[in-house]
Design a protein around this ligand. Structure first.
Ligand code: AMP
Ligand code: FE
Ligand code: FE
Ligand code: ZN
Length: 294
């Protein structure tokens, strides 16, 4: 069983339409794929249909933008009810914040002498409700400023670079509460990735487990060194929580994140489904979706 629990389509900042992403997952020999676009569940219906057509397992998920002490943290939510109102409201606020920051990003780049307009960015984000820095990068590629997304991030958009303007994001504890109340399974994405390693200490992970019901952490991820993976797996085992492995695939938008480059152990996936079942049973205000497992 090859299980990849973290991927993006062009409903957020991946480059493939949902049906193409699912077809690629089938082509690449995956048995189960989770679609986890940033702050939106828009692709779920299409993803499920495509997965059913091709006979590949499909888990609807979402990657929620969180912020702790000013540092960006991502929370994966598997199988929550996206129409559960308190969650839907917070996600809408995050998406608004994503779009509202575009004029400041563009102004900062213009000050550096880089030609760019908000409309050029929006032209790269048609069909997505969740505009991100990668779409700014795509606009810079389109107007010839840079060769690819990586160059755009390295020169202008990476955390701490002038074109990085943060957006509204949710406190992780609250996001975990919301995912649980919506009947889903909360898993911290790449806890020791780019910047989140500064705040996602073993103590913080333990606190999110005990105070909020964090169910797991992503361990096998391209942002984690072999040493980090070993240490994070030990933390998960210590706390008795789930550990996952995933590609964080973004189509051609992120090099070295091919589908299935990391996978989740079937035993850990079963635990995740078990938590989904009990969280769904406890979430009386939510109508939870089901995974499709042929
Ligand atoms: P945002 O949430 O819109 O501020 O942008 C964060 C997204 O940008 C992440 O989810 C990644 O998809 C992407 N990203 C961040 N850093 C890089 C990088 N160095 N190269 C390529 N993509 C990146
Ligand atoms: Fe992304
Ligand atoms: Fe992420
Ligand atoms: Zn991701």
């Amino acid at each position: 069983m090859r299980i990849d629990l973290h991927t993006h389509s062009n409903r957020s900042d991946g480059t493939d339409p949902v049906d193409v992403l699912i077809a690629h997952a089938k082509r690449d020999g995956l048995d189960v794929i989770a679609l986890t676009d940033h702050d939106t569940a828009d692709g779920w219906g299409e993803g499920r249909r495509a997965a059913e057509d091709l006979g590949i397992g499909f888990v609807p998920g979402i990657e929620i933008s969180c912020k702790l002490s000013g540092i960006s943290v991502h929370l994966l939510g598997y199988l929550p009810d996206p129409s559960y109102q308190p969650l839907a409201d917070e996600l809408a606020t995050v998406r608004e914040g994503r779009t509202d920051r575009l004029p400041s990003i563009v102004a900062r780049l213009n000050e550096m002498g880089v030609a760019l307009t908000v409309d050029e960015v929006l032209a790269q984000a048609t069909g997505t409700p969740s505009v991100g820095r990668p779409h700014v990068a795509d606009a810079l590629v389109a107007n010839g400023t840079v060769a690819n997304r990586s160059e755009a991030f390295d020169r202008f958009l990476a955390d701490g670079r002038p074109g990085h303007v943060s957006h509204y994001a949710i406190e992780p504890g609250r996001a975990i509460d919301l995912v649980c109340a919506a009947g889903g399974v909360p898993v911290i994405a790449h806890p020791w990735g780019r910047s989140s390693y500064k705040v996602m200490t073993a103590e913080m992970i333990a606190q999110l487990v005990s105070d909020h019901g964090l169910a797991g952490i992503e361990v096998d991820h391209q942002d984690h060194s072999p040493e980090s993976r070993t240490a994070l797996r030990a933390i998960a085992q210590d706390l008795g929580i789930i550990y996952t492995g995933s590609s964080d695939h973004h189509g051609v938008g992120k090099i070295d994140h091919e589908l299935g480059v990391n996978t989740t152990d079937p035993e850990q996936f079963q635990r995740l489904l078990d938590v989904a079942k009990s969280n769904a049973a406890a979430a009386t205000d939510a109508t939870v979706p089901e995974a499709y497992l042929p």
